[in-house]
Write a protein that binds this ligand. Sequence first.
Ligand code: SF4
Ligand code: SF4
Length: 157
Amino acid sequence: MPHSNKKAALPTPQPSTEPSSPIPWYQDGLRFQCTGCGDCCTGAPGYVWVNQAEITAMAKRLGLSLEEFEAQYVRKVGIRRSLVEYANGDCVFFDSNSRKCSVYEQRPRQCRTWPFWKSNLSTPQSWGETCLHCPGSGRGKLYQLAEIDKQAAVIHV
Ligand code: SF4
Ligand code: SF4
């Protein structure tokens, strides 16, 4: 399975692999600046986990009832819920023409916090893999440790 940023087409959340050291390897910060390539919303199959608040916000944006929204855009995965994806792996909200998210302002936490996920931050190697698959990771704006950890704590992926 590719280490995708995808919808972070994402791998199933893993148990926390936080380093035991109180000082993370990324203590000097990490760089990230999205290029807008759209690769993280496409590609290999994965999951975009959503909670009730996110479902409600997206349904409201689209003018749908919760029932309508869930029937069209949400799939159950065990006890959790993920956005539907197309057969090619693209997220159901990925606009292939503009290569942008069609619910951007209401996109799920998982999408908002990429690439600062615990799984990506667990080791320098994990971050290196992330940078290989996301051209915006490892370059551009420098994020400080506190902000990175704040984002990583939002959702465990
Ligand atoms: S919800 Fe939007 S940002 Fe998140 S994976 Fe889908 S298209 Fe990408
Ligand atoms: S630069 Fe990274 S975060 Fe931005 S769209 Fe491309 S893969 Fe996604």
